[in-house]
Design a binder for this molecule. Sequence first.
Ligand code: PRT
Ligand code: ZN
Length: 285
Amino acid sequence: MSKLKIAIQKNGRLSENSLELLKNCGIIFQNGGGKLIAEAHNFPIEILFLRDDDIPQYVEQGIADVGIIGENVLVESQKTIPVVEKLGFSTCRLSLAIPKNITYSGLTYFNNKRVATSYPNILSHFFQSQKINASIEVISGSVEIATGVGLADAICDIVSSGSTLLSNGLKEVEKVFFSQAVLVAKALMSPEKQNILERLIFRIRAVRSAKENKYILLNAPNKKLKKIQKILPGMNSPTILPLAQKGWSSLHSVIREDTFWDVIDELKLAGAEGILIIPIEKMIV
Ligand code: PRT
Ligand code: ZN
């Protein structure tokens, strides 16, 4: 029976989340001891541990069938491999930054300037689209020190919290590209592998929906239920069960985690009591 080969980052900012995603999908495998390949015990999948920059090539050449990488690495690689699912973790942006004591006058500031980056393809595409004529200095690491040592007037690098820029005396002035981890797949796959991939994506979606949603239980007097239902943007109509106490009911529903904090006060005002919020293990919609 054929197995789907998935390439994930061996060691770095994508590794932990990639491993956790597979684990939450119920896929069990032995990891560690510097192994480069692991086989899952309970799902037809083989895991290849690679440097993230190598993953697009492995997938393009079909050595791996699918891979998890940042969109920044995918777009920079210029490989035409399709994204089959966005994964929502390792979010970051590629930004232009300049020394913080320089007054920024807008994008034209970059005309005739030297910009250091490890992302020459994304950056030159951006400059072209904005009709900016800058020279790009390609360096592979420690980009944030390039202005300090006189290699460049500005940098274009990955930003997440922004603290690396700050501690290097730089300020973010333009956001060039937004990135998150994505699942990429080779263009042509056997029907058998395609089927495994679809099963994997199904599980990934169930894991992600579960993370984004919470199960909510609350008690309320029957006469207040209508109002409470209006406040709750549940996935379907809520379940309402009578309580032992006459005239009261328990209401169960699913709520998005990010909207919960917005509606909690409203719910209490509307008469909800004993509100419980419970994590969902998996959610099939
Ligand atoms: O060894 P390998 O080649 O596999 O890994 P790598 O060193 O090339 O990449 P790695 O592990 O650093 O990052 C992998 C991916 O994580 C990137 O391609 C991005 O898609 C994503 N990601 C998310 C980040 C960050 N956040 C991030 N903050 N990648 C890098 N950074 C770095 C950035 O380069 C800068 O030095 O963190 C610093 C900025 O962070 P803040 O929080 O101070 O702004
Ligand atoms: Zn890398």
